[in-house]
Ligand binder design. Structure first.
Ligand SMILES: NC(=O)C1=CN([C@@H]2O[C@H](COP(=O)(O)OP(=O)(O)OC[C@H]3O[C@@H](n4cnc5c(N)ncnc54)[C@H](OP(=O)(O)O)[C@@H]3O)[C@@H](O)[C@H]2O)C=CC1
Ligand SMILES: O=C(O)CCC(=O)C(=O)O
Ligand SMILES: [Mg+2]
Length: 412
């Protein structure tokens, strides 16, 4: 295959003995993204570069390397090339990357490229911090009490994509297997049912929960809450809970409180669990009681958007997909392509900018990351915001995507 990736001057980030080795001019692959992706990336890259330049005075600089996925990839590589092998290889080789949102059609058509990237690179932890910036409009009374970090299992659950569509021979085969060989009698309408399979493993659960507890320890957090629907899905979500508690006890010295199942770790961190539906109302009513969250793939998807809304919406919700063992990481916003705003230069770029802030911190470039956080706080404090915040604020100075980027740079 002809290469469409042009490699800039710079060096690779590597991982040695579990520790990232970051040169002063690392090559970092990026995918611009579909829909509003190009608007957002154009503003984000300027802000990230400005923060690095300001923090290190030219001593450090990221060499951005464009790689392709999604609609742009089909233009560059040809029809049906949604996720070229050389894009995957670039993310494998260069270890740390960033991406904009990519479109996934509902129902038929391609399966999610976002999910495929996570699965191909085995980026098992989807890390989504949810924090409040003073001045951001919020629908809840005390958004400042929301300070949670979601660890969403990123490779299993119904996102594995094992589904059979009603009316196909595969669905009929699945129905026959369940009815004839497994003795299942509870499929209400067997002949018109689609089927989905939900794999949840001990290994997959343990590596995710291990990362969540380690994060809580490293960052001085108060608790880790296992969120599940184990009362109904006993052997998938219920096992996730049980395996999580077992791991906390076995690897982190957790001791049961009042006969369990809640535990306390030697440093004082509480390991607890809550059923997913109850959790969704408690994060609105009693957000201060939750801190680090460890959950399964689908729950994590829903919880991410719900929590983001409490601190102003998904315009300001960053994230990362990480394999803590290999060091591979792809940073990306929680939101999607928001197609109705594509090309209009109005969308809020903060989620990708804050994903970039996480990337910089991941590289150990904390001074640049801090500049981004302080300039976002200052700019929002001045009420200079994009449409999503402006429509909920009194006296806002509404600006477009690129002007918001400029305001952030000016405030560094
Ligand atoms: N990781 C990824 O790449 C993801 C991709 N997707 C894909 O994106 C596509 C569109 O999905 P959809 O369900 O519409 O969800 P989106 O997240 O794209 O958009 C839903 C709504 O959220 C608000 N929003 C989203 N991004 C921003 C932003 N940067 N600034 C301000 N507001 C924002 C807008 O609200 P309002 O209308 O109120 O202004 C928008 O209409 C689908 O194909 C989906 O599969 C979805 C999620 C993640
Ligand atoms: O891949 C997609 O299209 C949606 C993914 C998503 O919603 C998420 O990861 O939060
Ligand atoms: Mg989502």
């Amino acid at each position: 295959m002809t290469t469409h990736i042009s490699v800039p001057e710079g060096e690779k980030i590597t991982m040695q003995d579990g520790i990232l080795s970051v040169p002063n001019n690392p090559i970092v692959p990026f995918v611009e993204g579909d829909g509003t992706g190009p608007d957002i990336w154009a503003a984000s890259v300027r802000v990230l570069d400005a923060a690095v330049s300001k923090a290190y005075g030219g001593e450090r600089k990221i060499s951005w390397m464009e790689v392709y996925a999604g609609e742009k990839s089909t233009q560059v590589y040809g029809e049906n090339e949604w996720l070229p092998e050389e894009t995957l290889q670039a993310f494998r080789d260069y270890l740390v990357g960033i991406k904009g949102p990519l479109t996934t059609p509902v129902g038929g058509g391609i399966r999610s490229i976002n999910v495929a990237l996570r699965q191909e690179l085995d980026l098992y932890a989807c890390l989504r911090p949810v924090q409040y910036f003073t001045g951001v409009p919020s629908p809840v009374k005390h958004p400042e009490q929301v300070d949670m970090t979601i660890f969403r299992e990123n490779t299993e659950d119904i996102y594995a994509g094992i589904e059979y569509q009603a009316g196909t021979p595969e669905a009929a085969k699945m129905r026959d297997f369940l009815v004839n060989e497994m003795g299942v009698t509870k499929i209400r309408f067997p002949d018109t049912s689609s089927f989905g399979v939900k794999p949840v493993s001990k290994e997959g659960t343990e590596r995710l929960v291990r990362a969540a507890i380690q994060y809580a320890l490293d960052n001085g957090r108060k608790s880790v809450t296992i969120v599940h629907k184990g009362n109904i899905m006993k052997f998938t979500e219920g096992s996730f809970r049980d395996w999580a508690y077992d791991l906390a006890k076995r690897e982190f010295g957790g001791v049961e409180i009042d006969g369990g199942p809640w535990q306390k770790l030697p440093g004082g961190i509480i390991i607890k669990d809550v059923i997913a539906d109850a959790f969704l109302q408690q994060i609105i009513l009693r957000p201060a009681e939750y801190d680090v969250i460890a959950t399964l793939n689908l729950n994590g998807d829903y919880i991410s958007d719900a929590l983001a809304a409490q601190v102003g919406g998904i315009g300001i919700a960053p994230g990362a997909n990480i394999n803590y063992i290999t060091g591979h990481a792809i940073f990306e916003a929680t939101h999607g392509t928001a197609p109705k705003y594509a090309g209009k230069n109005v969308i809020n770029p903060s989620s990708v900018i804050l994903s970039g802030e996480m990337l910089l911190r991941h590289l150990g470039w904390n001074e640049a990351a801090d500049l981004i956080l302080s300039s976002i706080s200052k700019t929002i404090g001045q009420k200079t915001v994009t449409y999503d915040f402006a429509r909920l604020m009194e006296g806002a100075n509404e600006v477009g995507t690129s002007d918001f980027g400029d305001a952030l740079i000016a405030n560094m």
